[in-house]
Design a protein around this ligand. Structure first.
Ligand code: SF4
Ligand code: SF4
Length: 286
């Protein structure tokens, strides 16, 4: 079972929830859960676990390399590139690697077989364990603009290895391509929000994305007690189960600021996450 944890808005407690679910799943079963940190621009869930990293490799985008001895400057490669990542100017072929999405179309259409593909390194994926939780993260290199290829590499490498383990994906905040990439292979999406007008606005956007992907979803309301109950009303009207409400509790913020995971510092919250996992499993079975 693959559970993605997402949020339309940053700072709602998505990582706290993802780490708590992984700890709960680890306590429940002898099969180690796998926590995948797909928030590659700021992968911080590993900071709450004592991960011993054992593997790591660079990853990136396959970009075109043009053999000018074969090229006839016909321009077909530039015509087919919807990202404007390759241009033909006179007797020059320019490749803009940071715009290239690695789709391979240019090499497919080249009539002279002049294009080969080389890896443009944009990030890194690393894996390890804290003893009870298998963990892997993607890291986008500073200055790189495209997180999706790093997320894809992470999922392609680790999801096939997960077997029957519970997989928790900590996705990026927001509703753009990195989130779609991170959640699209999951069986269920948990949307973490807070009961404020901003939380509600961004939750609605996230719900739209998840509905378009056709993945069942539920909501965890974090910092319950601040704001109002509009989020709950919306969930009710949109037939979204509220899986849990985590109260505004100063002790949680204090612990997280010290890098202590919620369930290791305040084990009384364990029941909350046991109930969440049980509810999600029920939904996935349907
Ligand atoms: S399609 Fe091939 S031959 Fe034509 S300009 Fe591009 S690289 Fe050169
Ligand atoms: S691989 Fe795709 S995105 Fe990159 S230059 Fe070729 S056509 Fe454009």
């Amino acid at each position: 079972m693959v559970i993605a944890v997402a949020s339309g808005k940053g700072g709602t407690g998505k990582t706290t929830v993802a780490v708590s679910l992984a700890i709960t799943a680890a306590d429940q079963s002898s099969a180690k859960p796998l926590l995948l940190d797909c928030d590659v621009e700021e992968p911080n869930s590993g900071l709450f676990l004592d991960i011993d990293y054992s593997t790591g490799r660079d990853t990136g985008v396959l970009v075109p390399e043009v053999d000018l001895d074969k090229c006839t400057y016909c321009g077909r490669c530039a015509e087919v590139c919807v990202w404007n990542a390759i241009a033909v100017a006179g007797e020059k072929v320019l490749v803009f690697r940071d715009l290239c999405h690695g789709c391979g179309s240019c090499s497919l259409v080249c009539p002279e077989d002049a294009i080969s593909e080389i890896t443009h390194v944009t990030g890194r994926i690393e894996g390890g364990s804290d003893g009870s939780i298998n963990f892997a993260r993607g890291i986008l290199n500073v200055g790189q603009a495209m997180p999706v290829p790093v997320i894809s590499s992470l999922l392609n490498e680790y999801l096939p290895q997960s077997g029957n383990s519970t997989v928790i994906i900590d996705s990026s905040p927001g509703t753009s391509c990195p989130v779609v990439e991170a959640v699209s292979r999951s069986d269920y999406v948990i949307l973490v929000t807070e009961p404020t007008p901003f939380g509600l606005h961004d939750l609605k956007a996230a719900v739209d994305v998840v509905k378009q992907l056709g993945i069942p979803a539920g909501v965890i309301i974090n910092r319950d007690g601040i704001g109002n109950n509009d989020v709950e009303k919306y969930c009710h009207s949109a037939y979204l189960p509220v899986l849990a409400k985590i109260p505004m509790d100063r002790r949680i913020a204090e612990m997280l600021s010290e890098g202590i995971p919620l369930l290791r510092g305040l084990p009384e919250y364990k029941e909350v996450f046991l109930d969440v996992l049980a509810a999600v499993r029920e939904e996935v079975k349907k």
